[in-house]
Ligand binder design. Structure first.
Ligand SMILES: *Cc1c(COP(=O)(O)O)cnc(C)c1O
Length: 791
């Protein structure tokens, strides 16, 4: 009782002071802000004490241009065990906690997997009392908001802070200057507290906002040049305006380079200030106390920036500085897709960051000398150079300037070693590691599926599994308990009903909650093969039309995901799926048996509704292309079998849960490698039953792409290719028949509800490997050399 009275008083204090109101008359937005601030206010002391224990020892700084945090309130209440108290307080004034949580907008400072991974790592590090701090950018606009008009994706701004940003604490005294050759800006830090689950430790995510040094030109304003007077201010502040500005034009590329250098330079200055405070002026022991993880190539300019600071500002010699950098940095590779390995023009770097460019040249020369000493063949040296033909290769810079590189699933790391980074593995085998990705069980089970979490807790008589997911293995005896499986199935039904209601309210589409929910949610990309799934749905539809009697199991296919604004083909795929949905959902003949919905604006909070409600998790990327995937893990943790290819972490999912509890299909990497040169999709087009019919809908007038040419372009890419690409590079046609086979198989297994439930629970029990707690502990042990430090 004391605890809830205390929190009630604090909520009222905030409402009195900042909103001129109180709990009885405040709006939902005001209550959301006040509850958040009240909770945050409780944690300052723990944060201060965490700093104290952390900064005395070695700390890891996680540099990432993306943090896909989602909402904070619900997760923080769970981690602090304040859920029940706050519920009680709100119920006292006839408010529901869920309604207050719904007010919060997702902090969507990220695209997808890579940014969400960073967010899960922070949650896990805090929960495991690990000294890990995040550094990134406080974007004004998050990832765009997705709408559909006539089935086409349209992008709208995402003004995520329009309901306030109570979780962000501006720490004005820690601002630093960041200098470009033509521009100096202030970097102003905003801290987000990351509260561990079941611990008092609080970790910090520090996000930088770019502020112009001069507010505006007073004299110019007085002269009547109002717009001109703001110019300096506006230019400096563009840096933290948006996530991934379009870089097809040079202005955009300059802005990207500025963003990357901006947050990295500010963060290093912050780290060095802190180092000096705790360990004195001599930076020789820097790497004894500092580990920096580079999440993909975006923050790699940190390597020459640290060297610059050590050499130019701390009077250290070049070789010592390079050695320190190598001991400090490590790099995570997230993809083998060539377009994602960043490259920048030397002349742009030379213009904006001349000193940094000089240091990159030094590193390039040293690399080449070292490789010649190792007697690496010249041909290999040429593809390993940091500078090639006037272009800086950021991955090479990371590989040379750090002591470790890791892939994010076993297969991915193997491909890096054998293929993508083969010469690097030959020259520096000791740098290579694997760290299979993971997800936070707090957000991806306890928060999004309270019912299932309660069932597990009551079976295990404790909540400690939420801090140690390996305890799930103790559920094994429950696999043969009829009651447990039945309770699981009851919960699944409930989550499906909740999702159906939400989809009706948000998308205006009615789906049958008793149908089988087959869900594919992720960014739209050709390699992820939403198109394969869409073509199968069409095939099922045509067969149902021909023979309405055949089908006993009603199915609902659910898609979600955003396409990059400039990715024409991905946008065509969205339009195609929306058109198919329109056809199917308006056809009385298939009503209740088959439906299709593309939910709009898939993000973390939508995911929290989708993963628990899935019957089947669709993970069908072309083998070898999905580095890991983490969506696959979220489904598994919520007890959902996977229909998937032998790719990324799917392989490890099946290793843990058994092939018999999942539906694996499709060509494997080795097969694709050996047939790639001779592959002709037309053989499949003409010979696989039903395939031509569904592909032809792209061009036979079944659907209308409003003269955008989208459909013809997709059709051509499948059958003919174009001057820069072979036909069907992602093997959609090749895998179609096998995909149809496993979907049919899953459908017949699904009819035996109990058997299905057993499969689901087998996946749940086997999911413990995919806790991001496990992943973070491995990074701490094998790469960072940091140890837990508890308040
Ligand atoms: C987990 C997650 C992803 C990553 O999904 P994949 O299927 O692994 O590509 C992307 N977006 C959001 C919002 C997520 O929560």
């Amino acid at each position: 009782m004391g605890k809830s009275k205390n929190i009630e008083r604090k909520i009222n204090d905030v409402l009195n002071m900042f909103y001129g109101t109180d709990l009885k008359s405040a709006s939902a937005i005001e209550v959301y802000n006040a509850v958040s601030k009240a909770v945050l206010g409780e944690k300052y002391e723990d944060k201060r004490r965490s700093d104290e224990v952390y900064f005395k020892g070695k700390v890891t700084y996680y540099f990432s241009i993306e943090f896909l945090m989602g909402r904070a309130l619900g997760n923080n209440l769970i981690n602090l065990a304040l859920n029940d108290e706050v519920k009680k307080v709100l119920n006292g004034v006839d408010l529901k906690l869920e309604d207050v949580e719904e007010v919060e907008l997702d902090a969507a400072f990220g695209n997808g997997g890579l940014g969400r991974l960073a967010a899960c790592f922070l949650d896990s590090a805090a929960t495991q009392n690990m000294p890990v701090m995040g550094y990134g950018i406080k974007y004004e606009e998050g990832l765009f908001k997705q709408e559909f008009k006539n089935g086409f994706q349209v992008e709208e701004g995402d003004n995520w802070n329009s309901v306030g940003e109570p979780w962000q604490i501006k720490v004005e005294k820690d601002q630093v200057e960041v200098k470009f050759s033509d521009l100096t800006v202030n970097a102003v830090p905003y801290d987000m507290y990351i509260m561990g689950y079941g611990t008092r430790n609080v970790n910090v995510l520090r996000l930088w906002e770019s502020k112009a040094l001069k507010k505006f030109d007073f004299n110019m304003f007085n002269e009547g040049c109002f717009d001109e007077s703001m110019k300096g201010k506006v230019k400096g502040e563009h840096i933290s305006r948006v996530l991934y500005p379009n870089d097809s034009r040079e202005e955009g590329r300059i802005l990207r380079i500025r963003q990357e250098y901006f947050f990295v330079s500010a963060s290093l200055k912050d780290i060095i200030k802190r180092y000096i405070k705790y360990h004195g002026n001599d930076l020789k022991e820097f790497s004894k106390y500092v580990a920096i993880q580079l999440n993909d190539t975006h923050p790699v300019v940190a390597i020459p920036e640290l060297i610059r600071i050590l050499v130019d500002e701390r009077n250290m010699d070049m070789d010592t500085s390079i050695a320190i950098a190598k001991e400090t940095f490590a790099y995570t590779n997230h993809t083998i897709m060539a377009e994602a390995l960043e490259k920048w023009e030397c002349y742009l770097y030379g213009k904006l960051l001349p000193r940094i460019y000089q240091i990159i040249e030094v590193l390039n020369n040293k690399l080449v000398m070292e490789l010649r000493e190792k007697e690496v063949p010249e041909a290999d040296i040429n593809i390993m150079r940091i500078i090639q033909n006037g272009i800086i290769h950021m991955a090479s810079l990371a590989l040379y300037g750090g002591h470790a590189v890791n892939g994010v699933a076993k297969l991915h790391t193997k491909i890096l070693k054998e293929d993508t980074l083969r010469p690097w593995y030959g020259a520096y085998p000791e740098k290579f590691q694997n760290k299979t990705n993971g997800i936070s069980p707090r957000r991806w089970l306890k928060l999004c599926n309270e019912e299932l979490a309660e069932l597990i807790t009551s079976q295990l008589h404790s909540e400690s599994w939420l801090r140690d997911l390996s305890l799930l293995s103790e559920l094994k005896p429950a696999l043969i308990e009829e009651d447990f499986i039945k309770s699981f199935l009851t919960i699944k039904d409930k989550k499906k009903q909740q999702l159906a209601k939400y989809i009706y309210e948000n998308e205006g589409v009615t789906i049958n909650p008793k149908s089988m929910f087959i869900i594919q949610v992720k960014r739209i990309h050709e390699y992820k093969r939403q198109l394969l799934n869409a073509l199968l749905v069409l095939d099922i539809y045509f067969k149902l039309k021909e023979n309405p009697q055949i089908d006993a199991t009603p199915m609902t296919f659910i898609f979600g995901g955003k396409a990059a604004p400039g990715y024409f083909r991905a946008k065509g795929i969205i339009k195609f799926i929306n058109d198919i949905a329109n056809l199917i959902n308006n056809d009385e003949d298939v009503k209740g048996k088959l439906s299709l919905v593309f939910v709009k604006n898939y993000n973390v909070s939508y995911g929290e509704r989708l993963f628990p409600a899935a019957d089947l998790s669709v993970q069908i990327s072309t083998a070898g292309k999905e580095a890991s995937g983490t969506g696959n893990m979220k489904f598994m943790l919520n007890g959902t079998p996977t229909v998937g290819t032998f790719d990324g972490a799917n392989i490890e999912i099946v290793e843990e849960a058994g092939e018999e509890n999942n539906f694996i299909f499709g060509a494997r990497v080795e097969e694709l490698r050996s047939i790639a040169a001779s592959y002709n999709p037309q053989n499949y087009y003409y010979n696989v039953e039903g395939l031509k019919r569904v592909i032809d809908t792209l061009i036979d007038g079944t659907f209308n792409d409003e003269n955008t040419g989208m459909y013809r372009e997709i059709y051509n890419s499948l059958l003919y290719g174009c001057d820069w690409q072979r036909p069907d590079v992602y093997f959609v046609l090749k895998d179609f028949e096998d995909y149809r086979r496993v979907i049919n198989e899953s459908k017949s297994v699904y009819q035996d509800k109990f058997k299905w439930g057993t499969m689901c629970v087998s996946n749940l029990i086997a999911s413990s490997k995919f806790s991001s707690d496990r992943t973070v502990i491995e990074y701490c042990r094998d790469i960072w050399g940091v140890e837990p430090a508890q308040v």
